[in-house]
Design a protein around this ligand. Structure first.
Ligand code: CA
Length: 234
């Protein structure tokens, strides 16, 4: 299942709060994963690469601060929105320079959490260098609406798929290495997992079908150019 807005990992040990957050975030189009402890949260981050982590500070065993510290030590810059229960937790979160993207204090309204999550995800994407729609062959992408239309049909892309394809399409004919794409699209300073790029390219190819615009240069990387079938498809 893919989700237009991306995946939010909710790390929360109180089931009632977790359920409430899942309900509100799902309603907004996010795919929601819930984990109740820090160790499992770390595994879920590397497996599912969420767009945002809603991270409770007070967790049994490894607390939320340690989870964030480990992610950052591992050069993982997934946006983190901390949920804090007490003022002293807020001070710790703010004082430790953990690379958190935001924090919210309990008790919170689920609506406010949703608004914060959206903002964190939007910020993490950063301003698009080019805010105008791009077109290559039969593939059109609008960064304002984040819609991708292929041969007149809307194709649902995850946030990362959209960002990757948009990046390639705004640099037509240029070939990028996996490391360059990780740095430009995922925002990683260091190479983390080159398979991530390959998996996303494979997913995009299957979604684009016979209108595929992604070209592989063996041993070098990926680029975008109009597909041969694109011209006479319609
Ligand atoms: Ca808790």
């Amino acid at each position: 299942m893919s989700s237009e807005r991306g995946v939010v990992l909710v790390v929360e040990d109180e089931p009632a709060i977790a359920d409430l957050l899942r309900m509100y975030l799902s309603r907004e189009g996010f795919q929601v994963l819930v984990e109740s402890d820090g160790q499992r949260a770390l595994s879920a981050v590397s497996e599912f690469r969420p767009s945002c982590i809603l991270l409770d500070v007070g967790l049994p065993g490894m607390d939320g601060i340690e989870v964030c510290r480990r992610l950052r030590a591992d050069q993982d810059w997934t946006p983190v929105l901390f949920c804090t229960a007490r003022d002293d937790e807020v001070d710790r979160v703010l004082g430790l320079e953990l690379g958190a993207d935001d924090y919210i204090t309990k008790p919170f309204s689920p609506r406010e959490v949703v608004a914060r999550v959206k903002a964190v995800v939007r910020r993490a994407r950063g301003p698009q260098a080019q805010s105008q729609a791009v077109r290559l062959g039969q593939v059109e992408m609008d960064p304002m609406t984040r819609k991708c239309v292929v041969a007149g049909r809307t194709v649902e892309l995850t946030a990362t798929e959209f960002d990757l394809l948009f990046y390639l399409m705004t640099h037509p004919g240029q070939i990028f290495s996996r490391d360059q794409l990780l740095s430009e699209v995922w925002g990683y300073a260091a190479m983390v997992n080159t398979r991530t790029v390959d998996v996303h390219v494979a997913q995009l190819r299957s979604k684009l079908g016979d209108q595929n615009v992604i070209r592989t240069v063996r041993g070098v990387g990926y680029g975008a150019e109009a597909s041969e079938s694109g011209a006479d498809a319609q």
